[in-house]
Design a protein around this ligand. Structure first.
Ligand SMILES: [Zn+2]
Length: 192
């Protein structure tokens, strides 16, 4: 759907119209609040990445946590913690992607500009990265090291290639901490 400048109806008006049609054909009112596949998906907010279609998932089957980069921040840990403790999810899939906006600038570029323009420097971390695979591994490590995520046996990370539509797995043991991770008992949470 392309935005039309000469249309008096705003984009959001049209979306609300779509939602009315959705309600007319709605049949999924019996779905449980707990995702039936016990799955949580952590992904970038990029518009080209549609985790539900990509992974062949339907309504009621998984949780989706998205932010700029798909990076595991404290707020992602909060959502995952709630997802596992109260809503029964047990497996986590992380998805980063090629051509991510977070590869295009540096943390300080944004922080300096905001400071300059507003007089206030944000206290939040921007979390840009220059190595897609390594940021994905770091995100997996944050989950594996978090004391607040009880179920860590099934945590896997992938890079989605927006140019080809393909999904590539990134393994934790391929990274710069190879030597360290090889002998570590991650799943028991013995590190940190
Ligand atoms: Zn992205």
């Amino acid at each position: 759907m392309a935005p039309a400048d000469d249309d008096p109806m705003t984009l959001i008006d049209r979306l609300v119209g779509n939602a009315e049609q959705w309600a007319d054909g709605f049949t999924a009112g019996e779905l449980a609040v707990q995702p039936s596949l016990r799955l949580a998906v952590v992904a970038c907010q990029d518009s080209r990445l549609d985790p539900q279609s990509l992974l062949g998932l339907g309504p009621g089957e998984a949780h989706y946590m998205r932010n700029a980069g798909g990076t595991v921040t404290d707020d992602m840990i909060r959502s995952l913690c709630i997802s596992q403790r109260f809503l029964g999810t047990r497996e986590i899939v992380l998805i980063h992607h090629t051509d991510c906006g977070m590869l295009r600038f540096k943390d300080d570029d944004l922080l300096d500009a905001l400071h300059r323009e507003t007089g206030v420097r944000p206290t939040w971390a921007v979390e840009t990265f220059d190595d897609l695979d390594e940021d994905l591994r770091m995100s997996m490590r944050r989950i594996l090291r978090s004391p607040f995520i009880p179920y860590k046996d099934h945590v896997r990370g992938f890079v989605y290639e927006v140019e080809t539509g393909t999904l590539r797995e990134v393994h934790l043991t391929e990274g710069r901490d190879d030597h360290r991770e090889a002998g570590a008992d991650w799943r028991a949470g013995t590190l940190d």
